[in-house]
Design a protein around this ligand. Structure first.
Ligand code: NAG
Ligand code: NAG
Ligand code: NAG
Ligand code: NAG
Length: 366
């Protein structure tokens, strides 16, 4: 942890938080670490979920389960897949179908996210999905080869509201892989699926309003990374126009910074995105995360932080830039065939979200 990242007050409060998070042998939570509940300046806790309400597969989006506290992409298709007027919702690569009913289950205090292939109906005359054709389908017994994935968003502000400016988003998770005959993790057997758990702008204006991803990675690599896609106006106006003016859809990856290879999916970890005025920190287990790609590097940035003045587009007011948190589990960003047997179980023990409430007055804590 670099000292210039936090003020000394933050460091002291971090110490208090560390004391408040005992790693008891007999912790109540299955991951061995209890869900944190404390507020600490400048963060005020507004949402948490310990996944204590059991939800058998197919019921996650029900109102008496998680339907009033989480939004599930594709829930309306899930509700009646035979209704031809409701299209399934496809993932970023137009390969996976978002289906909380098929992929989510809550039991023993854990949310289980299960990306996998299974039987699926054909949609439209040519097997078209919303927004494009699923390339793998051609010539394959695709009734058994639909990848099902999940994207869920907590209503952190209650009443169906999930988007806010700044915030501290924490998730405790691990991936359980298929095993080899000798009981080892078989990472290859999870090929085709990834997490891109992220903050995404409510405006849907991308790359203009930025994107913050963590933990992101292909499950088969067994490591996850963090990425910050800069707020970017591809016109020649605004600050640093030279970095944006050549932006083209599909090549936007140049306009991001990555902190790659932070930690392994196969162990329990706590991943935190701390998005505040002028800075984004990616934390691992309560400490500033480090990238282990090429050179070890602290996972923190001040570059073009969304919601921070000046926005690259002078027409966008910084305070209007809101983002929502999506636990987006989807297919890999390539066209490689996903074996029908590929799968993984992503276990989530708890999530906690804090609102950013810096103190405005002279009586603020020093
Ligand atoms: C199909 O879904 C649409 C949109 O939600 C709804 O208006 C319609 O009533 C549904 N049709 C049937 C037969 O349930
Ligand atoms: C791991 O999984 C892959 C894909 O299912 C399989 O081809 C391979 O044989 C497995 N490896 C071992 C050692 O079990
Ligand atoms: C600039 O961004 C807009 C909106 O995202 C897009 O329609 C347009 O094609 C982009 N222009 C270039 C040159 O990439
Ligand atoms: C870029 O900024 C200009 C004005 O500075 C604005 O007219 C334009 O809409 C912006 N483009 C995007 C994609 O935000």
């Amino acid at each position: 942890m670099k000292l210039d990242v936090y003020s000394s007050r933050d460091m002291i409060l971090w110490g208090l938080v560390a004391l408040a998070w005992p790693s008891r042998v007999a912790a109540a939570d299955p991951s061995g670490m209890d869900m944190p509940t404390a507020d600490f300046y400048p963060w005020k806790r507004i949402f948490s979920d310990n996944f204590l309400v059991n939800a058998p597969r197919g019921t996650f989006a029900d109102k008496d389960k998680y339907g009033t506290t989480w939004h599930s992409r594709g829930w309306d298709w899930d509700a009646d897949p035979r209704n031809a007027s409701v299209a399934p919702t496809v993932d970023s690569m137009h390969r996976g179908i978002y289906s909380s009913a098929r992929t989510l289950e809550v039991s023993n205090g854990l949310l289980d996210i299960w990306p996998h292939k299974a039987q699926g109906p054909q949609f439209g005359a040519n097997g078209k999905l919303e927004g494009g054709e699923w390339k793998e389908v051609v010539g394959k017994p695709w009734q058994a080869e639909r990848p099902y994935v999940a994207a869920i968003t907590p209503y952190v502000l209650g009443n169906g509201k999930s988007a806010m400016r700044f915030g501290r988003y924490t998730v405790r998770f691990k991936v359980e892989y298929p095993k080899t005959a000798s009981g080892q993790n078989n990472y290859t057997a999870a090929k085709g699926y990834k997490t891109a758990w992220l903050l995404w702008p409510r405006s849907e204006a991308w790359p203009r309003d930025g994107e913050i991803d963590y933990p992101e990675g292909d499950l088969s690599t067994n490591y996850f990374s963090a990425f910050h896609h800069w707020t970017c106006n591809n016109s020649t106006s605004g600050p640093n126009p030279e970095e944006c003016k050549t932006f083209k859809e599909g090549t936007g990856v140049q306009y991001q910074e990555g902190f790659e290879r932070i930690a392994s999916y196969s162990d329990w970890h706590t991943a935190t995105i701390e998005w505040k005025n002028g800075r984004i920190n990616f934390l691992l287990d309560g400490q500033l995360a480090r990238s282990h790609y090429a050179h070890p590097r602290d996972a923190t940035t001040t570059k073009r932080v969304p919601g921070t003045v000046p926005h690259p587009d002078p027409n966008v007011k910084a305070e209007e830039l809101l983002m929502r948190w999506i636990l987006q589990t989807e297919t890999e960003l390539n066209d490689e065939y996903i074996p029908a047997t590929s799968e993984a179980h992503i276990k989530v023990d708890w999530v906690v979200v804090w609102k950013y409430e810096p103190c405005p007055g002279p009586e603020c804590p020093k």
